[in-house]
Design a protein around this ligand. Structure first.
Ligand SMILES: C[S@@+](CC[C@H](N)C(=O)[O-])C[C@H]1O[C@@H](n2cnc3c(N)ncnc32)[C@H](O)[C@@H]1O
Length: 299
């Protein structure tokens, strides 16, 4: 099998110039945001896994590590870094795996490598399809402001095939960021993403941030400050109750709304069947009344 992915040509120097430096950040992000929420033998997917530095770390920690990348050059290094990991060459929107992942990660600008908003939506929907219903997805992305202010620069590299310059350019009109590796005549392209676009794509994929989704449904009050979401202790308790209704009892959003409107804290699971039965009887009665009214003779 061959690939013509843009990273093939820099796979051999990726870790030296970019990968190693980022690996520490990736491990730290995993430890901070995911590790506590996962069982010891969790199945974790690294989407756009590159040379596999993170999956090697996950494998060493005892997780079942899976990696997807479009570049065979990057994957061939990953297979040496993490020989026990399951690796697949595929586009992030097109991979198929017969495994339900406890968590997925997509790190180091990888989300910015999508070709368009449609491609991003398809990639996130594909992640959602492979995640356990309570699975978690951790990713980063580079915003327009960051590309505008921090991207443009030059870097000298010393590759196997000679010295060269890497030029980082950003076009504000097309919002495309390009990394030109001059001596190899390679260009790696990324797009900048607005926060709203990322939310739109997450929403499309059914991967909304849980607390924000509860807030939008009017079930809890959240306050957002400096990128963090705050909720009161009472609403945190309510959120846990909602999660239980959704994940364990598999209630629909309409049913959750009815339970919340009729139950009072401390919420009792015992009351739920009665609340739902009463609501369903009320609906039937009002439907029946409507029907009867329609049937009454007009004169
Ligand atoms: C910046 S590297 C990040 C690699 C790795 N996650 C890390 O932290 O070092 C981006 C990776 O995304 C992969 N990639 C780019 N576009 C892709 C696509 N459409 N589908 C799958 N992989 C893709 C590249 O081959 C490359 O390995």
């Amino acid at each position: 099998m061959t690939s013509t992915a843009s990273y093939d040509s820099i796979a051999s120097i990726y870790d030296q110039y970019w990968g190693q430096e980022f690996a520490e950040f990736a491990q730290d992000a995993f430890r901070t945001h995911l590790a506590n929420a996962l069982p010891g033998n969790a199945a974790v997917l690294d989407l756009c896994c590159g040379t596999g530095l993170l999956i090697a770390h996950l494998d060493a920690l005892g997780y079942r590590a899976f990696g997807v990348d479009e570049s065979l050059g990057m994957l061939s290094i990953a297979s040496r870094s993490a020989p026990r990991a399951h690796l697949k060459q595929a586009d992030m929107a097109g991979f198929r795996w017969n495994t339900e992942f406890d968590a997925a990660v997509c790190l180091y600008n990888s989300v910015n490598h999508t070709r368009s908003l449609d491609h991003l939506c398809a990639a996130l929907a594909n992640v959602e399809k492979h995640l356990h219903p309570r699975g978690l997805f951790l990713f980063d992305y580079v915003s327009r402001e960051a590309f505008e202010t921090m991207w443009e620069s030059n870097e000298e590299i010393d590759a196997e095939d000679g010295r060269g310059t890497v030029r980082y350019a950003y076009d504000r009109n097309t919002r495309r960021a390009t990394c030109f590796i001059d001596h190899q005549r390679t260009a790696i392209r990324q797009i900048s993403l607005e926060r709203e676009q990322v939310y739109q794509a997450l929403h499309y994929a059914g991967l909304e941030e849980t607390l924000l989704a509860f807030h939008r449904a009017g079930w809890i009050e959240t306050v957002r400050k400096d990128g963090r979401i705050f909720i009161s202790a009472q609403d945190e308790y309510r959120s846990r109750f909602i999660l239980h209704l959704r994940q364990k009892l598999k209630l629909t959003d309409d049913q959750i709304g009815i339970v919340l409107a009729n139950g009072k804290p401390p919420y009792s699971l015992d009351q739920i069947p009665a609340i739902l039965a009463r609501a369903s009887a009320d609906t039937k009665n009002s439907d029946a009344q409507l029907t009867r009214k329609k049937e009454m003779p007009s004169g």
